[in-house]
Design a protein around this ligand. Structure first.
Ligand code: SAM
Length: 450
């Protein structure tokens, strides 16, 4: 791999940068890592080497074909490069100290950071996982459904729209679109597309994104800024720009226990930040910093009016464990979503300002005869233990995931969750003479499974 001379030049003098090491690492194989779902993934990957800064993070000895693993489709783990899992270390103290949080993951697709954050929050907190680029938002939605948390919602907005939610968020994560040099080792196309001009353009866009969303952060709220770029003008310089234009306090984190992670500091405003260089850590290039907003924000008043309840949703309630705290609201033409009752006011507020793509768990559609359960429920950690399921072999599970007809003998008529190692993959309906596969079309595996 031929590293552009200009980036080697820009990195000279940056804490922790060692040119020889850097070049050698870019010619080595990248490690493969996944992060286990804290509930669904407990039985997986016990003998693997762990990622030291993130519980559930493990390195795999080689890259399996994830598409052919039903546990992957069940959301038992998320494939994520290890450096970016450091977000867990930075957020854990912030989250432990504050309860009932409203968190925004502003640039969220495909969902690596959002699934990590979702697993850290208590159920009273709410995560808004946002992605402005439409096709990417669809992938995000799928990954959020797979992860299965009712308190993760998906929006599809420009940062400026979210900025209208003055003082609403306790934490905002901006994993900014960037020139992508940190991913060269994993993705050769990122190297071919890289140019100095693009780095400059990204830096300006990063500042614009931060300026646009800044009003939505509460006073004393936490901003996490991250990129997968090595370029100082997308990293330290952006922090310096933030500190020059807003009242902020830099936040440090103890990284002594993680040799290889480089604690750095921005040249002008002395903002703390963390750099990840392949060769120094088992992970890809990454940059991350945390700071606190030290200025007043106008705060939106949240006034709650009760949304219209519908008797039909009583049938849906039996699908979920904690239906006492859950309400069902009509969110699309004929379908209903389940949210925690304590998030009803949030929904009303957000609905006015932003485009909500997914409000809690999609619960299904009532018909004259029955409740048609939504795919989300089958994947959710909230699904009631009393829902009957059919345990499948790996081969049966893959046929289900290809959306093929299933042959299961002696199945009484009704709805069943298809399970693999106890984890839900989707719904089938037994009709007596045949079994219908209710996997959504766009979730179908397109790969040859033989
Ligand atoms: N956080 C994601 C994860 O961990 O899986 C990765 C995010 S990626 C580094 C940056 C995201 O920002 C992309 O999904 C991209 O579509 C989105 N993006 C692009 N332009 C944007 C803009 N102007 N404002 C906000 N987000 C943007």
């Amino acid at each position: 791999m031929k590293i552009p001379a200009s980036i080697l030049h820009d990195l000279k003098g940056i804490a922790g940068f060692d040119e020889q090491d850097f070049i050698a690492a870019h010619n080595a194989k990248p490690p493969v890592s996944v992060r286990k779902h804290p509930i669904k993934g407990v039985n997986l990957f016990h003998s693997e080497q762990t990622v030291p800064w993130c519980p559930g993070g493990v390195y795999l000895p080689e890259r399996p074909v994830f598409t052919l693993d039903p546990s992957f489709h069940a959301g038992a783990y998320y494939v994520q490069e290890a450096s970016s899992m450091f977000l867990h270390h930075l957020l854990k103290d912030v989250i432990a100290e504050r309860k009932n949080l409203r968190v925004l993951d502003l640039c969220a697709a495909p969902g690596g950071k959002s699934t990590l954050i979702a697993s850290m929050l208590d159920e009273e907190s709410l995560l808004i996982s946002n992605e402005v680029i439409r096709p990417r938002a669809a992938i995000l939605e799928e990954n959020i459904s797979r992860w299965g948390y009712m308190n993760t919602w998906v929006t599809g907005n420009d940062p400026r729209d979210l900025g209208k939610l003055s003082g609403y968020f306790d934490i905002i994560v901006v994993d900014a679109p960037c020139s992508g040099s940190g991913l060269w080792r994993k993705d050769a196309a990122a190297l071919n597309e890289w140019s100095e001009g693009n780095v400059t353009m990204c830096s300006a866009r990063q500042q614009r994104i931060l300026a646009d969303v800044w009003p939505a952060l509460k006073e004393n709220g936490i901003l996490v800024y991250a990129t997968c770029s090595y370029s100082p003008i997308e990293n330290e310089a952006v922090l310096d720009w933030l500190a020059a234009n807003y009242e902020v306090k830099s936040i440090t984190s103890n990284t002594e226990q993680f040799p290889g992670i480089v604690a750095s500091i921005s040249p002008q405003k002395k903002m703390n930040c963390y750099r990840f260089f392949p060769g120094k850590v088992a992970g890809e290039g990454f940059f991350i910093a945390t700071l606190q907003k030290n200025e007043q924000s106008e705060t939106l008043r949240i006034s709650k009016t009760k949304s219209a309840r519908n008797q039909k949703t009583q049938d849906a309630a039996s699908y979920l464990t904690d239906c006492k705290e859950t309400i069902f609201l009509q969110t699309k033409e004929d379908s209903y979503s389940a949210i925690r009752a304590s998030h009803e006011a949030d929904m009303q507020l957000l609905q006015k300002a932003v485009y909500i793509r997914k409000t809690g768990l999609e619960a299904g559609v009532p018909t004259a005869k029955e409740w048609l359960p939504a795919h989300d429920i089958a994947l959710s950690i909230e699904i009631s233990k009393t829902i009957t399921g059919v345990e499948t072999t790996r081969e049966q599970a893959l046929h289900f995931l290809k959306r093929e007809d299933m042959r299961i003998d002696n199945l009484a008529k009704g709805w069943y969750v298809v399970r693999y190692n106890g984890l839900g993959l989707g719904w089938i309906k037994a009709l007596g003479n045949r079994v219908n596969n209710y996997l959504p079309k766009n979730w179908r595996i397109r790969m040859d499974i033989e």
